[in-house]
Design a protein around this ligand. Structure first.
Ligand SMILES: Cc1cc2nc3c(=O)[nH]c(=O)nc-3n(C[C@H](O)[C@H](O)[C@H](O)COP(=O)(O)O)c2cc1C
Length: 441
């Protein structure tokens, strides 16, 4: 049986699944209910000077009017008194000493930071998470993502916290930034023990066409909110990967963003996360989703021969590189399974108008099954992505695997120029930009 227990910078939990700091972790009642059902840890809804929240607070993006794929909120940090939260943290720890309870914090001045760190430590928290990510409401007051976007400020505040901290400190990063590497490095330099990412992405999910106000509407007005849920998983995975590959960055990562099931969690872990946090999926489906996540993770680990979570961390990273490291000789082409095809011809339309005119229609109108024009097919995948029937269009390898050439190798052999002259961007630029070059110096 694989061991599901997790250890993030010394914070131990029976499994890697934590509730993210958000409404599901707003009270002792909820956190204990979640632990009862199997969750390994919880990051408490951010504590600070209690705020006044608005009604309404949430907006959503639905896939074909049914499934919620993107979620937007304009909620601030906790609106409950600090003393109530501290008392409940203490109570939870008494009942669940082996589960991880992490206090998420956001205040303004050095004195406030030091005081609240001491308060949550006295209440028995196992760790602290610094909310430098909230991109609405709090950032206008100089907190949340306003800190996450300024590595120097972030480093200073982490330093204040470390002066008082006796338990591990996780720095929660904002995705509302071009180079996640910069605040992550600042968190490390400030003395933080781990990072978590992502917090929500600044967004407007829609505009009401009658009242002309953006959602969610508060008495005829709206504001930008924070976007999360399944739609943000690709952005989160990319940022986790960036930190997983960042040279000189040694802090463990807590992966957050779009996790709904064990597969999503494993993806975060394979790209470098030591554990994961979940918010929107719990708000949507409830704490019970853990009952599918735990056995799913366990069977995957058994099948792949992973004995511990740590053995899985970052295992996909060796297969991730820049575009320049991809094999230019690898060649796939689409194949349509005539038995499975339902004749909707959406693949034809997509390829004809949106790609490479590599799908043809039979002349006999009774036969609606399209065919592939191999000479035109570049193996882009578009037809298989739009096809509504599972495994009806597959991509088949055509090269024999004997030749491998990457752009990197061609550059090294002087086959192609390494720079291009883009007048609009003001002169010569390298084809291969150096991400976060300043950090490597
Ligand atoms: C309604 C709502 C409230 C949230 N409140 C907080 C918060 O107080 N502190 C915090 O660090 N993150 C907060 N978040 C962000 C989540 O913790 C998480 O980082 C984000 O939702 C991405 O995860 P998900 O895709 O699983 O939802 C909130 C998210 C939502 C939807």
């Amino acid at each position: 049986m694989p061991d599901l227990s997790a250890n993030l910078a010394g914070i131990k939990s029976p499994n890697p699944f934590w509730l993210a700091s958000a409404p599901p972790a707003n009270s002792g009642y909820q956190v204990m209910k979640a632990f009862d059902q199997g969750w390994g840890g919880a990051v408490w809804k951010t504590l600070g000077v209690p705020v006044v929240n608005v009604s309404s607070r949430y907006g959503g993006v639905h896939y074909r009017d049914s499934r919620l794929i993107g979620f937007n909120n304009i909620e601030l940090i906790t609106d409950r008194p600090l003393k109530d939260n501290l008392r409940e943290i203490e109570e939870v720890k008494k009942h669940f000493p082996d589960h991880a309870v992490i206090a998420s914090l956001m205040v303004e001045t050095k004195e406030q930071w030091i005081q609240i760190v001491k308060d949550v430590q006295n209440a028995g928290s196992d760790g602290i998470e610094l909310n430098f990510g909230c991109p609405h409401g709090m950032c206008e007051r100089g907190m949340g993502s306003a800190v996450g976007q300024e590595p120097t400020v972030l480093k200073t505040i982490v330093g204040w916290v470390m002066e008082a901290a006796t338990i591990p400190v996780i720095v929660k990063l904002s995705p509302n930034i071009s180079h996640i590497e910069e605040p992550a490095m600042a968190a490390q330099e400030g003395g933080g023990n781990a990072v978590s990412l992502i917090n929500t992405i600044q967004s407007i999910v829609g505009v009401d066409l009658d009242s002309l106000a953006p959602y969610p509407i508060v008495d005829g007005r709206g504001t930008n909110g924070g976007y999360c849920g399944p739609a943000v998983k690709p952005i989160a995975l990319n940022m986790v990967k960036n930190l997983g590959l960042l040279k000189g960055f040694n802090l463990p990562i807590s992966g957050i963003g779009g996790i709904e099931n064990w597969r999503d969690a494993v993806e975060h872990i394979l790209l470098g996360a030591t554990n994961v946090q979940v918010c929107t999926a719990v708000m949507h489906y409830g704490f019970g989703i853990i009952r599918e996540m735990l056995p799913g993770l366990e069977s995957y680990m058994t099948e792949k021969g992973f004995n511990t979570i740590d053995e899985m961390v970052g295992k996909a990273l060796p297969n991730v590189g820049t575009w320049e490291t991809l094999n230019l000789k690898y060649d796939v082409k689409a194949k349509i399974n005539e038995e499975k095809c339902i004749g909707c011809q959406i693949c034809y339309t997509a390829c004809e108008d949106g790609a490479h005119q590599a799908i043809g229609l039979p002349e006999n109108g009774d036969n609606r099954v399209p065919y592939i024009i191999e000479d035109n097919c570049v193996g882009c995948n578009l037809c298989s992505l739009v096809c509504p029937v599972e495994d009806c269009i597959t991509m088949e390898r055509k090269d024999d695997g004997s030749e491998t050439v990457t752009w990197e190798e061609r550059t090294a052999n002087n086959d192609i120029p390494t720079t291009f002259n883009d007048e609009r961007a003001g002169g010569i630029h390298h084809w291969v930009p150096e991400p976060a070059a300043a950090l490597k110096k």
